[in-house]
Design a protein. Structure first.
Length: 339
């Protein structure tokens, strides 16, 4: 299959996080003839029951690894195409990227290039489970090219993430007699108001740290003073989190309980001459790899602005361009690693 056909075939396999088995098997079957033809090795890397990473290696040791994730967010919807784009869940995040990486690998192998690998992991959209497992089983790679939709620009950095649950408790009472109760919702609103006033850091490369109050819930009925309320917060980090964590804790004080759910650090990434650069605000598997698969680079076809939407699509021209970019990067990074 060419890169367009493979992109559509992969999109049409539903692989919402936790249900990646069929996608993993399809990739294994796709790569098996390639591994046989070019004396490569191919393995399923277990993550948990019915979930596994797929790793293909060509040459004695992978100096460079092309990697991305195989899971998608819901809901699933199948592929279609027009003259300019391929549409469907995962088109740019990241089924088109996988297809471009496999096509690049085929062309590199046909031209005699070796000493690189392909690593496709599960779980990036939720908790990077596959990347954490891979981090515990490194194969000597000096560089890892992580695929995410950056419109084929090399990301110089990506923001991190700090996620909290904010919980307020109170006392129920009849709303006609509010003095007999203690409203958890009022406490929560007060705490959130102070949180919104906290100045967040900025970085000359990554830009401003941002705050999103993503969910709000609480209370039992309009005529009952609320005894419980909670919110979920998501902060995009641009540097060390210590000052932000301290400022948030001070803003909340004793009004509510601030429970940390997740922290992913901001990362700085590599560049290569001749490839346009950008900065991205989303998080990736790169922190989960922890440097165990080499110095990270981040690049891929498609726009993050349509990922996770019902308008998800990837430009066909960018898929073709990505094949050439991945080939160029593997050749250059293999050259660097051989020095």
């Amino acid at each position: 299959m060419n890169v367009f056909e493979l992109t559509r075939a992969l999109i049409d396999i539903e692989s919402i996080t936790g249900n990646e088995e069929a996608m993993g098997n399809a990739l294994f079957d796709c790569l098996e003839p390639l591994a046989a033809r070019y004396q490569g090795t191919l393995e399923r890397m277990p993550v948990e029951p019915r979930r596994f990473n797929v790793f293909a290696q060509f040459g004695a040791q992978p100096r460079v690894t092309l990697s991305t994730h195989i899971d998608t967010v819901p809901p699933f919807f199948p592929s279609r195409e027009d003259d300019m784009h391929i549409w469907g869940r995962g088109a740019c995040d990241t089924k088109g990227i996988i297809a471009s990486m496999i096509e690049a690998a085929e062309e590199l192998l046909a031209a005699g290039q070796r000493d690189f690998g392909l690593l496709f992991v599960v779980g990036e959209e939720r908790n990077s489970a596959g990347a954490y497992v891979a981090a515990g089983s490194p194969r000597g790679s000096r560089y890892i090219i992580n695929g995410e939709p950056t419109e084929n620009k090399l990301a110089l950095g990506s923001k991190g993430a700090l996620r909290y649950e904010l919980v307020a408790t109170g006392k129920m009472a009849h709303s006609a007699y509010p003095e007999l109760g203690d409203s958890a919702i009022h406490k929560l609103i007060d705490a959130l108001s102070r949180i919104r006033a906290v100045p967040l850091p900025t970085d000359p490369v990554l830009g401003a740290s941002t705050l999103n109050i993503g969910t709000l819930a609480g209370g039992r009925a309009p005529n009952v003073i609320a005894d419980e309320a909670h919110a979920e917060l998501f902060i995009r980090l641009v540097g060390d989190s210590a000052s932000t964590r301290s400022a948030l804790a001070e803003a909340v004080g004793s009004t509510a309980e601030l429970r940390e759910v997740l922290e992913i650090p901001a990362v700085r990434l590599g560049a290569i001459d001749g490839i346009e650069t950008t900065v991205v605000a989303f998080t990736t598997d790169i922190p989960a790899f922890g440097g165990h698969w080499g110095q990270p680079f981040l690049i891929g076809p498609g726009s993050i602005h349509v990922a996770h939407t019902l308008e998800e699509r990837v430009p066909k021209a960018q898929l073709l361009e990505a094949v050439g970019i991945y080939k160029k990067m593997v050749i250059e990074l293999c050259r660097r690693a051989s020095k």
